[in-house]
Design a protein around this ligand. Structure first.
Ligand SMILES: Nc1ncnc2c1ncn2[C@@H]1O[C@H](COP(=O)(O)OP(=O)(O)OP(=O)(O)O)[C@@H](O)[C@H]1O
Length: 277
């Protein structure tokens, strides 16, 4: 579906030569990426390559070692807690586990972010929640308890909750993990549709190649401590880079690391135990 919004070329999210890590362990160096409103952008890479680390930095849970991070024209690396709290009101996050409240029904789970901020009266809130549930195909499941819905439905409830406040920027952490092929296709189309309808920037953290390539405008592939490649699905499909090829073709052998890297923390631990690296 085509976007009905006027394109806004200011990036919702911009990383300019950002370096990220934990303690004395650098995970990713000099990462530059951006996501504009109406765009679906995917960050892909093998296990442990740093995808979640990027998500943590972009949502204010991790300070970068170096570089510039911008959300909606604001440099965020100097943000304090309260500035992040204000910024987070413009963000939606679909957490990997969904993080739904098991003692609330489907309706109340989706209504939660609206109630939290007391933004609407009761009739407006009901209409908004039912509209959003309709967008994910679950209007008639509003009354069900979480124990009465399937895993795939729960993922859609989490999706509805992530977008209920019409965020300008939505992060999806592994939105396809654990879904069957049909539900994966539905989830992918839904993410594209919500981005188009809301005109928000969507950033997916994922390693599911075929679903991601069917909906993303731009894909960034991270690995080996940095950004390995970026471009449209067509650009990347044509790539001859060995890392990109191994990742996209799902080959067991190649440059994508299987072994966890030796870090200074491991070296200290090994030395204290008297074992070699
Ligand atoms: N809190 C932490 N403290 C120290 N190191 C961490 C921490 N969280 C993650 N790491 C390390 O950072 C690296 C990147 O982890 P990250 O979770 O970002 O990878 P990922 O690409 O999301 O992996 P996966 O696809 O397996 O979830 C890993 O080597 C991991 O061990």
């Amino acid at each position: 579906m085509e976007s009905t919004q006027t394109p806004d070329l200011t990036p919702a999210l911009l990383f300019d030569k950002v370096t990220l890590g934990y303690g004395d362990f650098t995970v990713l160096r000099d990462i530059s990426l951006k996501a504009r409103r109406g765009e679906v952008v995917a960050i892909m890479g093998g296990s442990g390559s740093g995808k979640t680390t990027i998500l943590r930095a972009a949502t204010g849970q991790l300070r970068p070692f170096a570089g510039r991070m911008v959300l909606f024209d604001q440099d965020v690396q100097t943000f304090d807690q309260s500035a992040w709290q204000t910024m987070r009101q413009r963000l939606g996050v679909l957490f990997q586990q969904g993080a739904l409240f098991t003692d609330l029904d489907v309706f109340e789970n989706v209504a939660f972010p609206l109630r939290e901020h007391a933004l609407l009266d009761d009739a407006e809130l009901t209409a908004k929640v039912l509209d959003t549930l309709e967008a994910v195909g679950l209007r008639a499941a509003a009354h069900l308890k979480l124990s009465e819905i399937s895993g795939g439905m729960a993922r859609r409830v989490a999706l509805a909750r992530a977008v209920i406040r019409s965020p300008d920027l939505v992060f999806y952490d592994e939105p396809f993990a654990g879904l069957d092929p049909i539900s994966m296709g539905i989830a992918a189309r839904l993410i594209r549709r919500l981005s188009d309808q809301l005109g928000c920037a969507s950033v997916l953290i994922t390693h599911d190649v075929s679903e991601t390539f069917s909906i993303a405008d731009t894909i960034y592939i991270v690995g080996q401590g940095g950004l390995k490649a970026s471009g449209s699905p067509e650009d990347l499909m044509a790539s001859r880079d060995p890392y990109v090829r191994q990742f996209l073709d799902g080959l067991p052998d190649g440059p994508v690391a299987f072994d966890y890297p030796v870090t200074p923390a491991f070296e200290r631990w090994a030395k204290a135990r008297g074992v070699g690296r």
